[in-house]
Design a protein around this ligand. Structure first.
Ligand code: PGA
Length: 262
């Protein structure tokens, strides 16, 4: 449940789902349930839906995000979108280096680093995704993989550059599989990541940096995940497409039925 230094943050990752009318309807339901007193909430939606989702959440606390971006401000990059274009369309947030981008579309620690630089330069709040595969976990390489990904993403940045940056720890084996990391497994990875940021970038930054958990987060496991001290929120895929379930997730409770005041 994080620390008072870190406001909780729940982001939905809609991936390649929903038509425009479905997007608007879902966004309106989320807006209706989100409150300033609750966690920060963002909806990371397909590029084509940014406009309708922005209109649907207008005037409320829900922010709109992209799911990826290119690091150049403009140019001959067919099919790509720049940070500036995301901002122009109404985004405040962007997901960078999601494992599906790394696995199917060639994102590397180096391109994640360039995208992070461009996102911060454009004033977007970046959610940088890291996480190990099942093979890596089973061969005891989890920490090594996380270390390489964090160092690669943050290479060349000063601590003050990274003050808004959010990390999402998403074990690849838990994404879309229904296999959630146990709260203890997630807490262990989050502690490792926070200590790593303290050691390799800056201690104060690490204490303030929000680290989200992602991978089969659901309405019925969010409370136990959020009870862990180093889990500051969640990046939610499948369940963010179901209004009632996502609403329950943003209204997570941490102790004895009490809603958490973020
Ligand atoms: P999931 O996806 O919640 O469907 O496992 C999470 C993610 O990919 O961000």
């Amino acid at each position: 449940m994080g620390s008072s230094l870190r406001k909780s943050f729940i982001a939905g990752n809609w991936k390649m789902h929903l038509t425009l009318s479905e997007s608007a309807a879902l966004a309106r339901e989320v807006r209706g349930a989100a409150s300033e007193a609750g966690p920060e909430v963002a909806l990371c939606v397909p590029f084509t839906a940014i406009g309708v989702v922005k209109d649907a959440v207008q005037g409320g606390p829900v922010q709109v995000g992209g799911q990826d971006m290119h690091w150049e401000p403009q140019g001959a990059f067919t099919g790509e979108i720049s940070a500036r274009q995301l901002v122009d369309a109404g985004c405040k947030v962007v997901v960078i280096g999601h494992s599906e981008r790394r696995r199917y579309f060639g994102d590397t620690d180096e391109t994640v680093n360039k995208k992070l630089k461009a996102a911060l330069g454009a004033g977007l709040l970046p959610i940088v995704c890291i996480g190990e595969t099942l093979d890596e976990r089973e061969s005891q390489k989890t920490y090594r993989v996380l270390e390489t990904q964090v160092k690669g993403a943050f290479s060349g940045f000063k601590p003050q550059d990274l003050s808004t940056t959010v990390i999402a720890y998403e074990p690849v084996w838990a994404i879309g599989t229904g296999k959630t990391a146990t709260p203890a497994q997630a807490q262990d990875a989050h502690t490792f990541i926070r200590k790593l940021v303290a050691r390799t970038v800056d201690e104060k930054l690490a204490a303030r940096m929000r680290i989200l958990y992602g991978g089969s987060v659901k309405a019925d496991n969010i409370d136990s995940l959020m009870a862990e001290p180093d889990l500051d929120g969640a990046l939610v895929g499948g369940e963010s497409l179901k209004a009632a379930n996502f609403v329950r997730i943003i209204q997570f409770k941490t102790q004895a039925g009490k809603e958490r005041k973020a």
